[in-house]
Write a protein that binds this ligand. Structure first.
Ligand code: HEM
Length: 200
């Protein structure tokens, strides 16, 4: 699977914007928190900080791993950024699993986020295992799937904007979006990455 330049630019732009937006949590100022969850976040500052710091790094770094030019010119940087991305996924994923049980939107939303967190950790772990075994095509496949899940942070926020614009019920929509923000991303990534035969 090769991503077009325009596709890569859009993906990078949105990822960077959402990663920057998450930086508002850096000062732990409750005024900047997701309004409906302010009290919950104040009671769970540690998992929140762990989650956002790891996840924001993964989201900011991830798109650069799909730049053919960077990868070809500097494999060393590809490796360094790859380690940074995977550490971000690990830290962000652990934080996500700690936050999922207290997420807004009730049990449906909590299960959606918990499965996303698990799938995120698993795809990143398999991607790492593949490269350690020098299985380049399989590594690429699993990293595409991993980033499709990281990108759920973008699709979730775009969907929340649509919910506000369409004036839909926020609680119900949020629970639906906790699933809808990642299952289509993963399905599309799976479809594209299954097309090429594996090469060891
Ligand atoms: C892909 C796996 C991810 C999972 C499973 C996940 C899970 C969660 C959960 C359960 C919450 C609490 C939601 C609530 O209170 O209703 C949360 C909040 C948050 N997450 Fe993630 N997350 C993921 C990725 C990311 C990424 C990549 C970012 C990028 C910066 C991010 C940034 C945030 C922020 C800023 C919040 C606070 C709520 C807000 O203001 O939007 N998350 N996440």
């Amino acid at each position: 699977m090769r991503i077009t330049r325009a596709g890569w630019a859009i993906m990078t732009l949105f990822s960077t914007l959402i990663a920057l937006l998450a930086a508002r949590y850096a000062g732990f100022d409750p005024e900047a928190f997701f309004t409906e969850q302010r009290a919950t976040y104040l009671a769970h500052e540690l998992p929140l900080g762990v989650h956002i710091s790891g996840a924001a790094v993964a989201l900011a770094v991830g798109p650069w791993q799909f730049s053919d030019r960077l990868r070809r010119r500097s494999p060393r940087w590809h490796r360094r950024l790859g380690v940074t991305y995977l550490l971000g996924c690990l830290v962000g994923g652990i934080g996500a699993l700690l936050l999922a049980p207290v997420a807004y939107g009730g049990v449906a939303a909590r299960l959606g986020f918990a499965w996303l967190g698990l799938a995120w950790l698993i795809t990143g772990g398999i991607g790492l295992r593949m490269i350690l075994q020098r299985r380049i095509d399989d590594h690429r496949r699993w990293m595409v799937r991993s980033f499709a899940l990281t990108f759920a942070a973008v699709t979730l926020r775009l969907m929340l904007v649509a919910v506000k614009v369409a004036d839909l019920d926020f609680h119900t929509s949020y629970a639906v979006i906790a699933w809808l923000c990642w299952i289509p991303n993963l399905a599309v990534a799976w479809w594209f990455t299954r097309l090429r035969p594996a090469r060891r």
